[in-house]
Design a protein around this ligand. Structure first.
Ligand SMILES: *Cc1c(COP(=O)(O)O)cnc(C)c1O
Length: 419
């Protein structure tokens, strides 16, 4: 009997095999038919320290014996308090408030509502959101509204709210982005939301720290709230704990999820500057922040995040990130000049290249074909259109990295030969 499951971002009509994974360890996943798969994309960008990290698994098991779930409106628990204090100790000092939710998309919805609530409570009519071209901020209606529009959002377009868009700062075009941002900021929008340094789902598009710093300065000058969506870039992905650090900036609102629990359980936070919290602070209940979900700050998920914070404090995570960054840069450099490869790029633990394909009609057939190829090679790799990227857990070993890069070279040659 076929499975009744309707999978995300899956066209079941293509009848591609759906492997059944039984367990994971480090950078490897194991299937019920005995295969060992190398997780080259950290199970969709979440797994930082590796699958089933013993400290995180132990923290989950221990918390599960104590307290499974508790309403978070008007109640609290120690794991949540420890996560909040732990974050304050390592995140930018100006971010003094921590609001919990349960996914990256929700952390974005919360950020947008905080921004609008801030201005509403101050009696200022500022509601417009500014976004960057090619961005991705999640698949909920608000997340889609502030993200790039395309085939994946077309059917829902009537539900999406209007935003102002600044162009992506492609190499040499940074000034265009800054000029556009400056112009739109003069119209007094509520906030600018951006993925710092790397636009993930948009195709691992990278831009410079100088542009990020300049965009932040423009927002500050015009009092436009700067929301950093570090759901993907946070937790070491770009080589630093936060991508914003590389530009020496602190956002007004910060979204974190994916690596917050080391990639083990769903949890997210939206951190805010004190004045954004303060504008909601009153004896008037009409001014409170109207947002919650049933599992806000679930204690077991928080215990996993506490363990992640301890791993960052006590284990040489930064050293692992640097080593992985160097290992990837070296391997990507060997692919960069192959015929058929464009824009080979790396930043921290993220490496990507674009396959030169001219026939757009062919493009649609390319991704599924490559997916099948990688699956047959026992690799979890998922091309974004004609972009191939690698984003492994920080514990991956050299032999597994070599297998990934051999498969990439192979794919480049294959596409060139047949495309
Ligand atoms: C993945 C992602 C999200 C959405 O997070 P979910 O946990 O999948 O809802 C939002 N923003 C960015 C930048 C992401 O990469």
């Amino acid at each position: 009997m076929t499975s009744p499951i309707w999978h995300p971002f899956t066209q079941h009509g293509l009848r591609e095999p759906i492997p059944l994974v039984t367990h994971g360890k480090g950078a490897a996943l194991y299937t019920d038919d005995g295969r060992r798969i190398v997780d080259a994309i950290s199970s969709w960008w979440v797994t930082t320290h590796g699958h089933a990290h013993p400290r995180i698994m132990a923290a989950i098991a221990e918390q599960a014996q104590r307290l499974d779930q508790i309403i978070f409106a008007g109640w609290t628990h120690q794991p949540a308090e420890d996560v909040a204090r732990g974050l304050l100790a390592i995140m930018p000092a100006s971010l003094t408030r921590v609001f919990f939710s349960d996914s990256g998309s929700t952390s974005v919805e919360v950020a947008l509502k905080m921004a609008l609530g801030h201005w509403a409570n101050r009696g200022e009519a500022r509601t417009r959101i500014v976004v960057m071209q090619h961005s991705y901020h999640g698949d909920t209606v608000g997340g889609m509204s502030v993200g790039a529009r395309g085939v994946f959002s077309a059917a829902y377009a009537p539900l999406l709210f209007d935003v102002a868009t600044v162009p992506f700062p492609a190499a040499g075009c940074g000034q265009e982005t800054l000029d556009a941002l400056e112009a739109v900021c003069r119209t007094r929008p509520a906030a600018f939301i951006v993925e710092p340094l790397v636009l993930g789902a948009g195709g691992m598009l990278m831009y410079g720290a100088d542009t990020l710093r300049a965009m932040h300065a423009i927002c500050a000058k015009h009092d436009v709230l700067f929301i950093a969506d570090e759901v993907m870039t946070g937790w070491g992905r770009t080589g630093a704990l936060l991508a914003c650090e590389q530009a020496g900036i602190a956002p007004d609102i910060l979204c974190l999820s994916k690596g917050l629990t080391g990639g083990s359980l769903p949890l997210a936070v939206t951190m805010a500057r004190e004045d954004i919290y303060a504008s909601h602070l009153s004896t008037d209940r009409a001014r409170m922040f109207f947002h919650s979900s049933s599992y806000t700050a679930n204690p077991i998920a928080c215990a996993a995040a506490v363990a992640n914070l301890a791993i960052w404090r006590e284990e040489p995570v930064a050293g692992r990130v640097t080593a992985l960054a160097e290992a990837q840069a070296e391997r990507m450099a060997r692919l960069a000049n192959l015929p058929g490869v464009a824009n080979a790029r790396t930043l921290g633990t993220i490496a990507a290249l674009d396959l030169e394909v001219t026939d757009a009609g062919y493009l649609s057939a390319l991704a599924p074909r490559l997916l099948a190829r990688f699956r047959d090679a026992d690799l979890l790799l998922r091309p974004l259109g004609n972009t191939l990227y690698v984003m492994p857990p920080y514990c991956i070993e050299a032999g597994d990295l070599d297998r990934i890069y051999d498969a990439l070279a192979d794919a480049v040659a294959q596409v060139r030969a047949t495309g």
